[in-house]
Design a protein around this ligand. Structure first.
Ligand code: HEM
Length: 157
């Protein structure tokens, strides 16, 4: 009986070590560089103040729920940075009848008439927010690089 227990124990150990070995390594250095969830919250709070007072883009945000936007941006930045979050926005992987799954950011921004100049203004504001919270440029560049490909979905004008 003892032998049997030992054998089962060894088997379990082997299976769990194999499972651990196969767990993909999640690269979260950008998340940590942003200061984790707390740091991201501070950055997004500053970013929201900047975009809603920036004369180049502030008019785009009137009539929208900025608390909601703040929460969604925190999730999105955290996810992009390799942190333990998931963007739960209302258009995430939305399936549109007759169209199939649509890219979330495209749907969110499609009626907002956003130009390249507006997109660049928002990116500048994000960089200012990151600088204000002493995020090293090696880290902020990584976050901005993740957002850059969205330009073709977001700019419609
Ligand atoms: C890299 C650039 C951008 C990113 C990552 C981004 C991200 C987001 C996210 C995550 C949301 C929340 C959607 C939800 O509720 O689930 C959102 C909404 C919104 N964004 Fe952007 N955005 C970008 C560029 C812009 C620009 C350039 C403008 C205008 C100047 C803009 C205006 C808005 C507005 C008005 C909403 C609210 C839409 C709604 O609640 O229906 N965004 N954006």
């Amino acid at each position: 009986m003892k032998k049997f227990i030992k054998l089962v124990g060894c088997g379990l150990l082997l299976v769990s070590s194999l499972a651990l070995a196969q767990t993909p390594y999640t690269e979260d250095s950008t998340y940590r560089g942003l200061g984790g969830k707390e740091g991201i919250k501070k950055i997004v709070d500053t970013f929201i103040v900047l975009i809603t007072t920036d004369p180049r883009i502030k008019d785009s945000f009137t009539d929208f729920d900025m608390e909601q936007l703040n929460a969604r941006l925190q999730e999105q930045f955290c996810e992009f940075a390799g942190g333990p979050c998931k963007y739960t926005g209302k258009y995430h992987d939305k399936a549109m009848e007759g169209v199939g799954p649509v890219r979330d950011m495209k749907t969110v921004h499609q009626d907002l008439k956003i130009t390249n100049a507006m997109f660049n203004a928002l990116t500048e504001d994000l960089q200012i927010a990151l600088e204000r919270h002493d995020v090293p440029s090696s880290i902020s560049n990584k976050l901005v690089a993740k957002l850059a490909p969205m330009q073709r979905d977001i700019v419609t004008k």
